[in-house]
Design a protein around this ligand. Structure first.
Ligand code: ADE
Ligand code: ZN
Length: 337
């Protein structure tokens, strides 16, 4: 099989399992919503916003990301944000998504949980009806906040259990180990939520063990630091635990110095269940196709490897077996066409 072109990668049916909806807020929409809500932004133009997106680490990014999210105030804003992401997915043949949202980013500003979840859910429902994109929504706890804050958030989520499929853990990783949230995740799992967690992005391999053993995470978000611990690598391979890797995010946040140094294809060759995702595409320079294309440009990704990465994401998804069969069929029809 030959090296894939951008066009081939764009047409390749794809599944996205690691995407923060607040991280898909493009500067144009940020400006539009700021104006609609009468908010003054600390930037004069879209160009000025984009040029502010230079990060040395995760915290640099998070500071700007939380500030950007302040333009999201009304149910319609959350709808517009989610709908814009789904349209982008449609244009890139992303056919199933499991996006994250961070309710605490909004509830701490006095926006109700209901406003957030209703806006997002209505857009996801429309995306399924009008664009054929299936979904499972995941609510993340902010790990820099307290356990009691997370417990309160879980309580708010209980009323919307039919709209939220899983819980996750994101925000500042270093100094906020998974163990801080063991009791919250245990309660969430008891309520019927799936469990995922960011681990081993900037934090150590030890946090990946913590996410698995303490939070019972069935997927690890990022997980690139797993390679530091050979015993963990063996465990992840044996247990087939998926890792939702985000190449452009990792280079923008200096987890890797350059895309040519990214280890995702080494991980794939080792038998780790890695897949490709965009994380916060409005901040990191690209959506799903751009992430795959970076691997083709800098790591000589083959079509076989691209197909394997999509198979890993279908296997790792929380959707039911019927929908999984449809996703495999779409992938195979494209590959054989
Ligand atoms: N929130 C949004 N993007 C994130 C990332 N890459 N890591 C941790 N928290 C996040
Ligand atoms: Zn993330």
């Amino acid at each position: 099989m030959s090296k894939p072109s951008y066009d081939w990668l764009n047409k390749l049916p794809k599944v996205e399992l690691h995407l923060h909806l607040e991280g898909s807020l493009e500067p144009e929409l940020m400006f539009f919503l700021a104006q609609r809500n009468g908010i003054e932004l600390p930037y004069k133009s879209v160009e000025e916003i984009r040029s502010a997106y230079q990060f040395n680490n995760l915290q640099d990014f998070l500071d700007i990301y939380y500030q950007g999210a302040e333009v999201l105030q009304k149910e319609q804003d959350f709808y517009d944000l989610t709908w814009a992401y789904l349209q982008k997915c449609h244009s890139q043949n992303v056919i199933h998504v499991e996006p994250f949202f961070d309710p605490q980013t909004h509830t701490c500003r006095g926006i109700s949980f209901e406003t957030v979840i209703n806006g997002i859910s209505h857009a996801l429902e429309d995306g399924e009806k009008k664009l054929g994109i299936s979904y499972q929504l995941i609510m993340c706890f902010l790990r820099h906040l307290s356990e009691s804050d997370a417990i309160e958030t879980l309580r708010s989520a209980e009323k919307f259990i039919d709209k939220i499929h899983g819980v996750g853990l994101d925000s500042s990783e270093k100094g906020n180990p998974p163990e801080k949230f063991t009791r919250v995740f245990a309660k969430a799992i008891e309520l019927g939520f799936k469990s995922v967690a960011h681990a081993g992005e900037e934090g150590p391999a030890e946090y990946i063990w913590g996410a698995i053993k303490e939070l019972k995470a069935s997927r690890i978000d990022h997980g690139v630091r797993a390679l530091d611990d050979p015993e963990l690598v063996t465990y992840l391979i044996d247990e087939k635990i998926p890792l939702t890797v985000c190449p452009l995010s990792n280079t923008k946040l200096c987890v890797f110095r350059d895309m040519s140094e990214h280890t995702i294809l080494q991980m794939l060759d080792l038998g780790l269940k890695v897949c490709v995702n965009s994380d916060d595409p409005a901040y990191f320079g690209g959506y799903m196709t751009e992430n795959f294309n970076e691997l083709a440009k800098h790591l000589s990704l083959s079509k076989d490897q691209a197909k394997m990465l999509v198979i890993n994401s279908i296997n790792a998804s929380f959707t039911d077996e019927v929908r999984k069969a449809e996703l495999y069929n779409s992938l195979n029809s494209f590959i054989n066409s």
